[in-house]
Ligand binder design. Structure first.
Ligand SMILES: [Zn+2]
Length: 462
């Protein structure tokens, strides 16, 4: 049983699926007007981990994540750079997919573009107008939030207190400050689509409700996104579905913020300004490991120091891959089935599984996996090669289930050390243990930690 915190009910509860064995999830994607920032990287990683884990648990996952390719910020950038909105969106969408590929985030089952769904959005808005849940003003069509009795469910606040806290706006035609734009009337020189309520373009909140229902169907299982989207974006998506009497997401999940510290723009501290910047300067797997070591609902601090710390931890995993010659694993159900879970590996899988099934408790699962890394080395040092190898493979499979590959990245080894390694292997082949120990000491003097793997001597920096 998979349990997940539900932002609508405010509790961790069982993920009850519309179709048993199949999970339909929607993750709000980026507005492509600039290079991706660290927060984008986090939501992509968190929901990629969730998707991979659900798949590992045997579910078929339909994963939809959209691209918002029309928006005020895209229009503003196109005007500033004297180019087209399409050009701006295409440029930064490319950046987005490149970043996700480097992060090892699996491609969505569908990645709909807002501009391809405008006709359906117009139809939805028209229906809301027909039902008098939406009304036209000079600058566009607005949704009347007072028409949804439980508006504020995701915000966790009733309508009155939300209204009291809202900013007063310039548009005096709005019935409430909380009413939001479904359609923005065309301004000169801006992209426009025709609609019965006047030429213009869709509002952001209408995009996601149309695309999620179109691709996943009513009553889909899981709607995800960053905490910053919970209100008003998700609240407003939901309000439209409720007003039309269409069953919407069964479960809402939100990931926590990215903290960059007080000196976030200081490059001299080795901190990162954008996701693109981080990926240029660090092993992309370090960001995934950093994300895994925090609970997805908690904030995570992404700085030069925390990425360096994750990189050092990663080195411990790679050292395991070198010593035990582990394969690179993508974390699929097929991989799971290839492992014969027994002994300490089975116990480890049980602990990790219980933690991840309980609201994706990755930090506790990862801590258990690092303890198993230490244990695998200890077993090998005791000469229990088979148990050690089995446990090491289990570690690789379970990290693979969260999308993290252990990599046999051999550190560049100098010629003299390489010669000592070769001589030591030859001595061991001749069962000349005294000579082998002597060569181990010589390698140790050159700063290497020497280990015996299934294919001979393996050296790494301690
Ligand atoms: Zn959205």
């Amino acid at each position: 049983m998979i349990r997940l915190y539900d932002s609508a009910s405010g509790e961790v509860r069982e993920l009850r699926l519309r179709d048993p064995g199949r999970l339909a999830m929607y993750v709000c994607g980026p507005t492509v007007y600039d290079v991706p920032h660290l927060g984008h990287g986090r939501f992509a990683l968190v929901w990629d981990v969730a998707r991979r884990w659900f798949t590992f648990r045997g579910l078929v996952v339909d994963y939809v994540s959209n691209i918002t390719d029309i928006d005020d910020k895209i229009i503003a950038r196109a005007a500033r750079e004297a180019t087209s909105e399409h050009e701006v969106a295409a440029t930064y969408e490319d950046e987005w997919w490149r970043a996700l590929e480097r992060l090892g985030v699996a491609a969505p089952t569908h990645a709909p573009h807002a501009t391809h769904y405008v006709e359906s959005m117009v139809a939805l808005i028209d229906e809301l107008v027909d039902r008098d849940v939406a009304y036209a003003t000079r600058d566009g069509v607005y949704f009347d939030v007072a028409r949804v009795p439980d508006y504020g469910l995701l915000a966790g606040q009733p309508l009155d207190s939300l209204r009291a806290g809202a900013r007063v706006e310039a548009n005096e035609e709005k019935r409430s400050v909380l009413d939001f734009a479904l359609w923005k009337s065309a301004k000169p020189g801006e992209p426009r689509w025709t609609a019965p309520f006047g030429d213009g373009r869709p509002g952001w909140h209408t995009e996601c409700v149309v695309m999620s229902l179109d691709l996943l169907g009513e009553d889909f299982d899981l709607h995800c996104g960053g905490l910053d989207l919970k209100f008003p974006h998700h609240e407003n998506e939901r309000a439209q579905a409720v007003a039309l009497g269409r069953p919407f997401a069964r479960h809402w999940a939100h990931n926590g913020w990215v903290m960059v510290g007080d000196q976030k723009m200081s490059k001299s501290l080795g901190n990162f300004t954008t996701l693109t910047d981080l990926l240029a300067r660090a092993d992309p797997r370090a960001y995934r490991l950093l994300v895994l070591r925090s609970h997805y609902r908690a904030p995570v601090e992404v700085t030069g120091a925390t990425i360096a710390d994750a990189t050092r931890a990663l080195e411990r995993l790679d050292a395991l891959a070198r010593r035990f010659v582990l394969p690179r694993l993508a974390g699929t159900a097929l991989v799971r089935d290839e492992v014969e879970w027994r002994g300490e590996a089975a116990a480890l899988a049980a602990v990790v599984g219980a933690q991840l099934d309980d609201d994706l408790n990755t930090p506790v699962a990862v801590a258990a996996l690092f303890e198993a890394v230490t244990r695998a080395h200890a077993l090998a040092d005791e000469g229990r090669d088979e148990d050690a190898g089995h446990l090491a493979l289990a570690v690789a499979v379970l990290f693979g289930a969260m999308g993290l590959s252990l990599e046999d990245r051999r550190e560049a080894i100098d010629d003299v050390s390489a010669e000592l390694v070769a001589r030591r292997d030859a001595a061991r082949a001749q069962r000349d243990w005294a000579r082998a120990d002597e060569l181990r000491d010589q390698l140790g003097a050159r700063g290497w930690l020497v280990e015996d793997g299934p294919e001979g001597t393996v050296v790494r920096r301690p």
